[in-house]
Design a protein around this ligand. Structure first.
Ligand code: S3P
Length: 436
């Protein structure tokens, strides 16, 4: 696929597909609740469809009803053994959260994923979940495929996360749902709290207290989760791509309606504002425990930024596209403390560096920091290797909107994992993206 400078500014009002994190959780928590949950705005991307398929394989009835999805929950501890291997595709969130669910279900399951997911670390969930009484057998290095024998009587655990990871936190809380007693997770820094919000929404007893720079979450096990309808907001991590494109293409004006604005997800917006972006929010509202608003953006000349490592959890998936914005900013940007990027769908730290270099941008990686020397018009003309990583593919197509010569990507198929319809939507706005 080939991206080149559009002939006119990008303009329009759009919505983006549902939030990926919330969509996975809606299917999982609804499957563990009693009664029927209606989900509106579910992301129908490959990653979430893997979660739906896995929950079905575990006995949950899930069906579409028009544009909505209906989930008939089986109650906590009520899932049944799968007859076949659970294939989580490209999705780390689906794999890790499901490990939590399976750890406190008394049966055996085997889980695998695609070539990207089979390289990603699972020890971060295996270790704490073993303490619940579950048995895991993984490939050397703690890699998928994985056999999980869930505990008959799972123990509630107290665990301090070694890395700030919402996936690990959520896996422990999901296991704790079917353990008698109090499960306690301490996170070193606040991470996205969609699991906590949704647990409350479904009626679980949960407390959150500030501790040091982080938080302690306490969940009382074996609550009765009651079906509760969920409206999924637009994914801010998906909104990031058209938003950065509109900021960079001169004269552009874009509004993205109904975007999730959970404060633990909005680090990119804060950073872009620091860079001088003209970015405003209208119709700020709360919907099912989550903040939502319409984000308006006008093209702006950006200045370089220094992003502190503490901000990483609130924008962890946005670094590749932020790096594209930095490539066009006046001055040298430094994005600090990106070690977690090395274990995403690809090694996103190295791959983001390579993406910008393919566009002719000067980049350095120093330890876990990414340093980008901005320029007015990067030459472009390169081919980006996307390494089965949707966010790299979309970031490269955004970069191609502002380089002198077009940018090419080797593979666009993974875009559908999180943002089905990305290319047609960008084209409707006026972006120049061609499939040769
Ligand atoms: C997610 C958490 C983040 C993020 C991922 C989705 C979630 O991963 O990168 O895309 O839904 O909990 P980590 O928790 O591993 O940082």
């Amino acid at each position: 696929m080939l991206a080149s400078r559009p002939v006119a500014p990008l303009t329009g009002g759009i919505t983006v597909p549902g939030d990926k994190s919330i969509s996975h959780r809606a299917l999982m928590f609804a499957g563990l609740a009693v009664g029927e949950t209606r989900i509106t705005g579910l992301l129908e991307g490959e990653d979430v469809l893997r979660t739906a398929a896995a929950m079905r394989a575990l006995g949950v009835e899930i069906r579409r009803d028009g544009a909505d999805w209906l989930v008939a929950g089986r109650g906590i501890g009520g899932l049944t053994p799968p007859e076949d291997v659970l294939d989580m595709g490209n999705s780390g969130t689906a794999a890790r959260l499901l490990c939590g669910i399976l750890a406190s279900h008394d049966f055996c399951a085997v889980m695998t994923g695609d070539a990207s997911l089979r390289k990603r670390p699972m020890r971060r969930v295996i270790e704490p979940l073993r303490a619940c009484g579950a048995d895991f057998t993984a490939r050397p290095g703690g890699l998928l495929p994985l056999t999980i024998v869930g505990a008959r009587d799972a123990l509630p655990i107290t665990y301090t996360l070694p890395v700030a990871s919402a996936q690990v936190k959520s896996a422990i809380l999901l296991a704790g749902l079917n353990a008698r007693g109090l499960t306690e997770v301490e996170e070193p820094a606040p991470t996205r709290d969609h699991s906590e919000n949704m647990l409350r929404h479904f009626g679980a007893a949960l407390t959150v207290s500030q501790h040091g720079g982080g938080r302690i979450i306490r969940l009382t096990g074996q609550p009765e989760l009651r079906a509760a309808n969920v409206v999924v907001p637009g994914d801010p991590s998906s909104a990031a791509f058209p938003l950065v494109a509109a900021l960079l293409v001169p004269g552009s004006q874009l509004s993205i309606n109904g975007v999730g604005l959970n404060p633990l997800r909005t680090g990119l917006f804060e950073t872009l504002r620091e860079m001088g972006a003209d970015l405003t929010v209208r119709n700020f509202r709360t919907q099912g425990g989550e903040s939502v608003g319409d984000v308006m953006v006008d093209a702006t000349e950006l200045t370089a930024v220094d992003v502190p490592p503490e901000r990483a959890p609130s924008m962890i998936d946005e670094y590749p596209v932020l790096a594209v914005a930095c490539a066009l900013a006046r001055g040298t940007s430094r994005l600090r403390g990106l070690s977690e990027l090395r274990v995403k769908e690809s090694d996103r730290l190295a791959a983001t560096g390579a993406l910008l270099r393919a566009g002719g941008v000067r980049v350095e990686i120093e330890g876990d920091d990414l340093i980008i020397h901005g320029m007015t018009r990067p030459p472009g003309g390169g081919l980006v290797e996307t390494h089965m990583d949707h966010r790299l593919a979309m970031s490269a197509l955004v970069l191609g909107q502002v380089t002198a010569a077009p940018m090419r990507i080797d593979d666009s198929s993974f875009i559908d994992t999180s943002f089905p319809g990305f290319v047609p939507l960008m084209r409707r706005l006026g972006a120049a993206i061609e499939s040769p």
